[in-house]
Design a protein around this ligand. Structure first.
Ligand code: PPE
Length: 309
């Protein structure tokens, strides 16, 4: 974290504190058992120089869904959280845009697997500057991806519709495994062996005029994914939401990751097989152009997705 450019103020349970004051106890329940949830949101410096948060309402809604899944009662309303995000950006001093990280966790209370029915729920919102998620080279030339030996959890154990802290363990292990082998990102299969998603992104494949993305089974319901589906349909592509196999991915002409942090990151290679020409393809580039128009406020039909700070 130290090399990261972090925002000057952390919103913590309704008050602003300096980042160095936002410290928690070793008795923090979530530190032991992982029952917490978070969001990842981006704020961009738009074409007219103003900062705007992208699809904040949808991120706040998903944050509340995550809390519902893990039975944490947030002591704030959606409107309060929404406004807190905006105010945190204002106070961050990060004038080139930033990444926002709302986090909910069980604080210092009784330990043990049973957290009780009314545990002390704490909420924080942090900001920092986050560049290209998988590195600048992957963003421009495409990522080198490897399928991990770790699977995305079964739908009855991993609650994938929530962005739940403890569930990231599998993704972290997958990422460590493939990074050690020299790749940029891990791709996880589901427990039936179908392609699920990256350690921190959803995945799309392209073949001719057809685009496929995993159906909402074992994956996070990505907000970038939903945005790209909408743009792809507008551009005249048929978008199919269904599970696909790894060999279908090997034979795709293009593939790319979507995510708030990753934005649109082309995939140039999977398991040492080059996709298409081994560089970002025309569909990926077109959809990145549409996405960047939206996030930078150039797409006037998508103004409602931006909350100016
Ligand atoms: N799947 C996973 C597992 C995931 O973590 C993300 C976001 C997505 C899909 C894409 O969701 P969305 O951002 O709504 O399009 N991952 C977040 C955290 C990454 C991290 O390393 O931390 C993110 O992109 O903010």
């Amino acid at each position: 974290m130290s090399e990261r450019k972090i925002g000057k103020a952390v919103w913590w349970n309704g008050k602003f504190v300096a980042p160095e004051e936002a410290k928690t106890s070793v008795f923090t329940h979530t530190l032991h058992y992982g029952l917490g949830a978070f969001e990842g949101i981006r704020c961009y410096k738009t074409a007219d120089g103003r900062l705007a948060v992208f699809r904040l309402r949808e991120h706040v809604e998903r944050f509340f869904d995550s809390c519902k899944i893990i039975e944490l009662k947030l002591p704030f309303t959606q409107t309060e959280l929404f406004n807190a995000c905006i105010e945190t950006v204002r106070r961050s001093g990060l004038t080139e845009g930033c990444y926002l990280r709302p986090l909910v966790y069980i604080g210092d209370g009784p330990l043990g697997v049973f957290p009780g029915f009314n545990p002390p729920v704490e909420v924080a919102i942090m900001t920092w500057f986050w560049g290209a998620y998988l590195g600048q080279e992957a963003k421009e030339k495409g990522a080198r991806v490897k399928i991990s030996s770790f699977s995305r959890g079964h739908v009855n154990s991993a609650m994938s519709k929530g962005k739940i802290s403890g569930q990231y363990i599998t993704g972290i292990l997958a990422k460590l495994e493939v990074k050690r082998a020299g790749y940029d990102e891990a791709l996880l299969l589901d427990t039936d062996g179908y392609v699920a998603e990256g350690s921190g992104e959803n995945i799309f494949i392209v073949k001719g005029k057809t685009i496929k993305t995993t159906s909402l089974t074992s994956i996070l319901n990505g907000i970038t994914r939903a945005t790209i589906i909408e743009f792809a349909r507008e551009e005249g592509y048929e978008v199919i939401e269904e599970r696909f196999t790894r060999d279908e991915l090997y034979c795709a002409s293009e593939a790319f990751f979507t995510g708030t942090a990753a934005e649109i990151t082309p995939i140039r290679e999977v398991d040492n097989r080059a996709l298409g020409d081994g560089c970002p393809g025309p569909v990926t580039q077109k959809l990145w152009a549409r996405y960047s128009d939206a996030i930078f406020g150039r797409d006037l039909r998508r103004k409602e997705w931006l909350t100016y700070v």
